[in-house]
Design a protein around this ligand. Sequence first.
Ligand code: ARG
Length: 699
Amino acid sequence: MRWLLLCHALCLSLLKASAHTVELNNMFGQIQSPGYPDSYPSDSEVTWNITVPEGFRIKLYFMHFNLESSYLCEYDYVKVETEEQVLATFCGRETTDTEQTPGQEVVFSPGSFMSITFRSDFSNEERFTGFDAHYMAVDVDECTEREDEELSCDHYCHNYIGGYYCSCRFGYLLHTDNRTCRVECSDNLFTQRTGVITSPDFPNPYPKSSECFYTIELEEGFMVSLQFEDIFDIEDHPEVSCPYDYIKIKAGPKVLGPFCGERAPEPINTQSHSVQILFRSDNSGENRGWRLSYRATGNECPEPEPPVHGKIEPQQTTYSFKDQVLISCDTGYKVLKDNVEMDTFQIECLKDGTWSNRIPTCKIADCGAPAELKHGLITFSTRNNLTTYKSEIQYSCQQPYYKMLHNITGIYTCSAQGVWMNEVLGRSQPTCLPVCGVPKFSRKLMARIFNGHPAQKGTTPWIAMLSYPNEQPFCGGSLLGSSWIVTAAHCLHQSLDPDYPALHDSDLLRPSDFKIIMGKHWRRRSDGNEQHLRVKRVFLHPLYDPNTFENDVALVELLESAVLSDFVMPICLPQGPPQEGDVVVVSGWGKQFLQRFPETLMEIEIPIVDHRTCQEAYAPLKRKVTRDMICAGEKEGGKDACAGDSGGPMVTLDKERGHWYLVGTVSWGEDCGKKDRYGVYSYIYHNKDWIQRVTRMRD
Ligand code: ARG
């Protein structure tokens, strides 16, 4: 024992000399006590410093352990530690001193460094074989094991061997710190007059590491006021003013804030039309954010007074800058602004608190003087010939020569829109059409142009005389409407060269070559009822054949309309074919017996002849009676039209409708008034479509 004490000073230096350190950087390895598996020497000290890469920790366990045992492992021991703390101290024999030996115990380092020290004291009572240990780097699951809040992932954590990384929820971006999740919120523009702005995700905690900008931009003239409401919660600091998260408000030249903490700022009247809000958050903290509502107001305008018979919309208690109101008038009234009538008028409250325009007045809708009606007249049903809303007028046609188309009432009422309206025609005017086929003077049907009798004046008011400018009559015709004459096509051209019987344009009469005389009675004398009318255009039937007289019909358009009177009236067009045996009246100024011309208009009454009978009568003469022709006359002859009567009317009375209509126009015949010969007429019903198309006349 004394020797042992003597040795103490000496041996200490020896011990120091035998102490050494081993640096280990492998991912795994084995460490053993000196001399293993033989017994370890006394007074020895070995330290193994194991370092593994970041993200790993070290796992250490013992396969064999046999050390001197002592109270609190004072003599020999194996100590496992990190730079800061002792993780475990082992000594003793596995078989007997189980409480201090590692046994199955596995030691983990918290970080990537572990230091293992083996020490033996100066004396060994027995022979101890030491230890055999193994270490290896094992992964750290940073996602589940991290205690350090400052380093953990904000949203999602992903572990991999040797490390980890973070990711963010949908809509967030990973900040450059690779840990926190920020949002993109730098571009928020508000242009409405009111609105609500909140921190992102409000009322859930706002994102970290974010810089949000909000701009409220209104037209000049508005002033924005802000009011925080609901929760206000921004990370705070007891001494320093808002060092982490804050909200700052810039309004014109003024900057307000920074604001943070749990008490919301008082309502702010920015006096500006343009406000920028900055909200900033740092990379930590869970605070709920803020919510504010803003309102832009301008100068107030005085309450507008609605006009008499009008209203203003919308009705509000106050009106301020940019507010618009619409002025409209009651039904039947029109807005009158600067002498212009309109349906509505809009005014706007201006920056300076005045209205953009004066309030217009409401004026009763006025239809104005009704348009004149050709051949008609207007009677006012309301007193003082009023033409304002709800006034009434009546159109009527000049009786008895004209009647209204469609047999409508002709009553028009002034509508709220200021237009005259008829319940059938709407805003279009009625039409006055000439009355046809009802002469003022009715003929006395006496029995007796050829072998006829003088017509009574005024009983054939539709008859037209076709006359050369030198007053020489050459054909007859009939008035249709007030500006058309139907006549025979052969009346309107020179007789053809028998060798070349083709019709050329140069053969046609030009409008200036002849005139139309209406109201004529005397052949050569004239009376006060005559109207001499000029010709505008001439239309021959397109299928007219000058050789066979097929479709011997033509239309003459007058340059000026005939004035209808007791002696001038149009003839009606047929509604259907006449019946065989119907008596027709033929009139004209053509030749009479003995080649003489009559003094006045002559007429005859003859029956319609069966078409076959007529065809047979002309068969021996090799003259064709076609479908567009109709014959009339008596078998024994006598009464007939003759030269000079061509184009003139053959009419009959429609007893059902009570008017006379045109059956045919004088066309041809073999001689005049001969037995077994009939007068051949151009059949009007057959060509009615063509007539209506050219004259644009309807039924
Ligand atoms: N073509 C004759 C004329 O130019 C009319 C003939 C009428 N003759 C008759 N017999 N119906 O006037």
